[in-house]
Design a protein. Structure first.
Length: 433
């Protein structure tokens, strides 16, 4: 990986809203990023990321959230299958929703998960391209004429923070400076196939950071800024921000790294000292918010999927022992969102939700986390998001990102206690979003 040093860039302000002026130019000291990525050709021929079992079940790569892209985990070539212009590898994919084929216009790979898929289970069949959809003499077994098939995803949930800001379902960082500037760090992933061997074609992935860009100014008027994921149901990730009066403002994302007109979606939120967006905490496929009051009670505010709220409830007590509470996404790979709490001695406590608005276990990392200036869960850096469904369980683990006192950007993969430095100079940011 190539590491770029801290550098001076000139970024153009591109949004036209109450918080920024379109066309303004800002000189900003931008954090350095590690990992410019490698070309697809240089990665070809690596070991397969996923595999086919001998019952004809193939893994599906992606996450069961709106905004994700789903694809077959182990592309293959099938000897004897007709190769056509439409199907150069000799097979076609049929995507299903709750067992029913999706419309023809959505029979593409990768499949973009849309808001209309929320609550449904997605899967796919893989057919040979011969008119009879025969198996072409391949040794892999399928059901009747099906060459391969996947298992179903969990019910699709609303887009969460892990799906990024540019509508591509990518790991992307958003930082807020003390001066109130929001800087977006987009990231692009490329997929391809290596040389096929015995019918299996290694799949590979490359990644690189795009140019960072300024996407907002004036955000220092808020004391809390976080993302609930998609809060208004349009499929794009949004921001919630609390002002000094306790009003909670919704800034809907436009899916391209910018914002649409804001609105106030709550008042009196200054009774809380911490507010986070965990994603879907209660299992209704709609994103929620957790807030801690001065007594240490943790309140769940379920979203209604349309920019509003359902009835709140208390889902925890005693949370005053933590000096920081963080939404981590799914760290454990069980398909449910998790929460991190850092205590005053620097230990990090991991709380697993049960996917139905309650808790099912806890663990502890540390000590030493007290030195971090910020910690957040923002998705999977490698974008190897795991098999959405294979062997009957999910393994879509997110990473944890932290900034140390030297300004290094550190990545912790799932439960792995060791970190990887993926950037420098990030101490210019007050917080990550």
């Amino acid at each position: 990986m190539n590491t770029s040093s801290l550098r001076q860039r000139t970024l153009a302000a591109v949004r036209d809203s109450s918080l920024t002026r379109a066309g303004a130019m800002v000189a900003l000291l931008v954090a350095g990023l590690a990992g410019a990525g490698v070309s697809p050709s240089s990665a070809a021929g690596t070991a397969p990321l996923h595999h086919i079992d001998m019952d004809g079940i193939v893994s599906m790569v992606g996450m069961p959230y709106v905004g994700s892209e789903l694809r077959m985990g182990a592309p293959a070539e099938f000897s004897g299958c007709d190769k056509t212009e439409a199907a150069p590898d000799g097979y076609t994919i049929e995507w299903l929703s709750n067992g029913t084929p999706l419309p023809p216009e959505r029979q593409v790979e990768p499949l973009k998960v849309l808001p209309e898929d929320r609550g449904n289970r997605l899967s796919f069949n893989v057919y040979a391209t011969t008119p009879e959809k025969q198996q072409c003499g391949d040794a892999l077994r399928g059901d009747e004429n099906t060459l391969l098939h996947s298992k179903e995803t969990a019910p699709i949930s609303a887009s969460n923070r892990a799906m990024g800001w540019t509508g591509r379902g990518n790991f992307e960082l958003l930082g807020r400076t003390d001066d109130g500037e929001l800087v977006l760090y987009p990231r692009t992933y490329t997929y391809g196939l290596g040389t096929c061997n015995a019918g299996l074609c290694p799949s590979y992935e490359t990644a690189q950071w795009d140019e960072p860009r300024l996407v907002g100014t004036g955000w220092n008027m808020f004391d809390v800024v976080f993302s609930p994921g998609d809060f208004d149901g349009d499929g794009n990730n949004d921001i919630l921000a609390r002002d000094a009066e306790g009003d909670l403002h919704l800034y809907p994302g436009d899916g391209h790294g910018g914002w649409m007109d804001s609105s106030v979606v709550g008042t009196g939120w200054n009774i809380f000292d911490t507010i986070v967006g965990p994603g879907d905490f209660d299992g209704d496929t709609i994103n929620d918010v957790l807030a801690r009051d001065a007594e240490g009670d943790l309140h769940l505010y379920p979203g209604d999927g349309d920019g509003g709220w359902k009835e709140p409830q208390v889902v925890g007590t005693g949370w005053q022992v933590f000096d920081k509470i963080m939404a981590s996404g799914d760290l454990s790979g069980d398909g449910n969102v998790d929460i991190l709490g850092r205590d005053h001695d620097g230990y990090m406590h991991h709380y697993r939700s049960d996917g139905q608005g309650d808790w099912q276990g806890a663990g502890t990392w540390g000590p030493g986390w007290e030195v971090m200036t910020d910690v957040i869960g923002v998705g999977s850096y490698t974008h190897n998001l795991g098999e959405a469904i294979h062997w009957g369980h999910t393994v879509t683990r997110n990473d944890t990102i932290a900034i140390n006192p030297e300004g290094d950007l550190l990545k912790y993969a799932g439960f792995v206690p060791t970190s990887e430095t993926i950037g420098t100079g990030w101490d210019i940011f007050r917080s990550l979003i």
